[in-house]
Unconditional design. Sequence first.
Length: 347
Amino acid sequence: MALTGSRTRRGTARARPAGPAGPVPGLVLAAAGVAAAWLVHRAVPAVPMLTAAVVLGVAAAHAPWSAPWVLGRCRAGLTLATKRLMRAGIVLLGLKLGLGDVLGLGWATVAMVAAVAAATFCGTWWLGRRLGLPGDQPLLIAAGYSICGASAIGAVGSVHDSDDDDVVTSVALVTLCGTLAIAVLPLLHGPLGLTDAEFGRWVGAGVHDVGQVVATAQTAGPAALGEAVLVKLLRVALLAPLVAVLVVSARRRGRDTPRSGRPPLVPLFVVGFLAMVALRSTGLLPAQVLAVAGAAQELLLAAALFGLGSAVHLPSLSRTGPKVALLGLTSWVLIATAAYAGVLLTA
């Protein structure tokens, strides 16, 4: 993924002041960005920490007092955080899901979740291409909506060598619509005639980020929350086959480049993700270890997304704004409708 900031952006490129290439200054800045994002989330719980991290990274890249540091001395460390810490966070994400949890949902629910994710991915990707969105935006937005928000976008962008601006645009859009779901979906609980458990499954199948799923489902009580989290984590498990399919597709289209090389069929971080799922399934890990791993996973992803935001050039993002918004709203309606139909069929 072009999370390194080395690729030339669309539009006017910004000159970067010279500076030492060591990673320490950038990693320190990323840690400060994570701390600030945590404070924002604590002050305004409706704003997810990962969302705050992206926004703060963009702000740091454009503020006159911090931009020279972000583009100079801190660039190497921010690049390292964006590329490596993103993958480490995705590996730890596997500890949230056990095979027993999947089997407990039943095969009908497993099939429903897979069908909803496939319909959302294909529909969003097709519409994004028809709208003429540039670069990998259709692919990344489709992955974020259908699987697990920013984590899926980071994983797909990593193996697809996507442009920084495309990645951040997709993260911002998915985050916005997922946050909108927190306010809208609870209002539809009663009118749609769903039980608490059915509402939870609908939320788990139709809302993008894990944190947004929790915030939305908890409004209907513990039964809804439990179902929502299980269904959502099942969607997270679909990240591994999606990445493998995209790698095979890239090979067939000859997208391997001298810079990125020939990607493995299953990238190492996806193998790590699956290994963590298997480890969680053994039941050997105590709750305290899982809690620490969960916190570490969110911190790693926040640092990666801060670095990602710091590589963004805002004028480039403004050019496709209306089309991106149309795709986001359409895809949001698509996954909510498909998930609702799936819940009714498997009730």
